[in-house]
Design a protein around this ligand. Structure first.
Ligand code: PMP
Ligand code: GLN
Length: 379
C-alpha cells in the first residue's frame, strides 16, 4: 500500500514508553501524571455509570458540561460564550485538533506551525491536503519571531496554530504576542487554532493569556483544551473546542462523523466537579509550580542544565555537558544505562536545530521525581 503519511512512524511517546517498560525505567517521557485526579471525580463517574448514563451523549456534548465550560471561560477569560452554539465536547484535544483542520483546510492550503510543535498537528494538516509551513521558535526561550510569521503568510495561508503553554518547552504567550498575531491576521481570511491544553499550568503569578480573552482573535479562532490535563486523567480523552457559531457549525460537521460523541458518564462527572470543586483548577498553577520547583531543586547537583519553565508540565534540559550524541541516541542511551525515559526534541521539528535538549515530565509524585533525580544525578 502506498502510504498517505510516508514520513510518519510510531509516535515518539509510544516508542519511549515501550522502551521505559522494557528497561524497567522511570518514565519521565510521555506526558501523563502518575497520581490520581480528585476523588469527587471518580465518585461522580461511578454514580453516573450506575445511574445509567451509558448510551450516546448528545453529539455536541453533555449540556451541563458545556454550561460549566462557558461559566469557567467567562470567569477566567472574561468572555461570555454560548454553551449551545460555541462549544463542542470531543474525544480529547487530539480529536478537536483533527476536526478543526479537517473542517477548514482545503487541498493546497498552507498552515503555519511554530517549531518545535506537538506531533499530531502536521499529519492532521497533511491528511486534509494542507501544506505545513514551519517557522522555528527562538532559542533559548522559545519565543515567537512574529516578523518571520508575517513573512511566511501567503494568499494560501489558511491557519496559524499557536500553543500556549507550549509543549515541549513550557513557553507562554503574552498579550503582546496576541496583538502581534491579530495584526498579522487582520483583514485576511486566516483562522487561528489555539491549543491551550495546559491552560491551568502557568507559573510565577503570570495569568494564562487565552485567545478567548482577545476579542479580535476569538472571533476567528478554534480554542482547544483537554480535561485529561486538568483532572489528571489523560486516559479518559475528554476535550473540547470553543469557536464562534459559524466555525463551530463546520467543526461539528466533522466531529459528528469522526466520533459523533465522547464518553457520556465521564462528561457528566467532569461537569459535576467543575461546578462543585472549582478550586481544583484554580489551585493547579500552584500545585504544578511546586512540582516544578521541587524537581528543579532535586536536579540542582546534576550535569544537566535546566531551561526556564514558565508553564506546562515539562522540564527541558540541556545535556551538552554530558554527551555529543544526538537527542534520540541520547534518550536511548539514558533509558538503557540510567533507567530514565525522556523525550528527544527533534521529532517536534521539521528541521531540528543543533541543540542538545531533551524533555522530562514532572507531573509525577514525590517518590518518582526523587527516584528519577537520583538516577539523573549519576549521569
Ligand atoms: N496538544 C498538546 C500540546 C498536548 O500536549 C496534548 C497531549 N499530550 C494534546 C494536544 C492532546 O490532548 P488529549 O490527550 O486530550 O488528546
Ligand atoms: N501529549 C503527551 C506528550 O506530549 C503525549 C500524548 C500521546 O502520547 N499521544 O507527552
Amino acid at each position: 500500500i502506498q502510504s498517505k503519511l510516508p514520513n510518519v512512524g510510531t509516535t515518539i511517546f509510544t516508542v519511549m514508553s515501550q522502551l521505559a517498560m522494557r528497561q524497567g525505567a522511570v518514565n519521565l517521557g510521555q506526558g501523563f501524571p502518575d497520581f490520581e485526579g480528585p476523588r469527587e471525580l471518580f465518585d461522580a463517574l461511578a454514580r453516573h455509570v450506575r445511574e445509567g448514563r451509558n448510551q450516546y451523549a448528545p453529539m455536541t456534548g453533555v449540556p451541563k458540561l458545556r454550561e460549566q465550560i462557558a461559566l469557567k471561560t467567562e470567569k477566567l477569560y472574561g468572555r461570555r460564550i454560548d454553551a449551545d452554539s460555541d462549544i463542542t465536547v470531543t474525544s480529547g484535544a487530539t480529536e478537536a485538533l483533527f476536526a478543526a483542520f479537517a473542517a477548514v483546510v482545503r487541498s493546497g492550503d498552507e498552515v503555519i506551525l511554530l517549531d518545535p510543535c506537538y506531533d499530531s498537528y502536521a499529519p492532521a494538516v497533511e491528511l486534509n491536503g494542507g501544506l505545513c509551513v514551519r517557522i522555528p521558535l527562538r532559542l533559548p526561550d522559545f519565543s515567537v519571531d512574529w516578523q518571520r510569521v508575517r513573512d511566511a503568510v501567503t494568499p494560501r495561508t489558511r491557519i496559524i496554530l499557536i500553543n500556549s503553554p507550549h509543549n515541549p518547552s513550557g513557553a507562554v504567550l503574552h498579550r503582546a504576542d496576541m496583538d502581534a498575531l491579530a495584526d498579522i491576521v487582520r483583514d485576511t481570511g486566516i483562522l487561528v487554532i489555539s491549543d491551550e491544553v495546559y491552560e491551568h499550568m502557568v507559573f510565577d503569578g503570570v495569568p494564562h493569556y487565552s485567545v478567548l480573552g482577545h476579542d479580535e482573535l476569538a472571533s476567528r479562532s478554534f480554542v482547544i483544551s483537554s480535561f485529561g490535563k486538568t483532572y489528571h486523567c489523560t486516559g479518559w480523552k475528554v476535550g473540547y473546542c470553543v469557536a464562534p457559531p459559524a466555525l463551530s457549525a463546520e467543526f461539528r460537521k466533522v466531529h459528528q462523523y469522526l466520533t459523533f460523541c465522547t464518553f457520556n458518564a465521564a462528561q457528566c462527572a467532569i461537569a459535576d466537579v467543575l461546578e462543585s470543586i472549582p478550586q481544583h483548577y484554580l489551585e493547579l498553577p500552584a500545585f504544578y509550580q511546586a512540582k516544578r520547583d521541587h524537581f528543579r531543586s532535586l536536579l540542582a547537583g546534576s550535569r544537566f542544565q535546566l531551561l526556564d519553565v514558565p508553564g506546562g508540565y515539562f522540564q527541558l534540559v540541556d545535556y551538552s555537558a554530558i554527551s555529543e550524541l544526538d537527542d534520540l541516541a541520547f534518550c536511548e542511551w539514558l533509558v538503557a544505562e540510567h533507567k530514565v525515559a525522556a523525550i528527544p526534541l527533534s521529532p517536534f521539528y521539521e528541521t531540528a536545530p543543533d541543540a542538545r535538549l531533551v524533555r522530562l515530565c514532572f507531573a509525577k509524585n514525590e517518590a518518582t521525581l526523587a527516584d528519577a533525580a537520583e538516577r539523573l544525578k549519576a549521569v
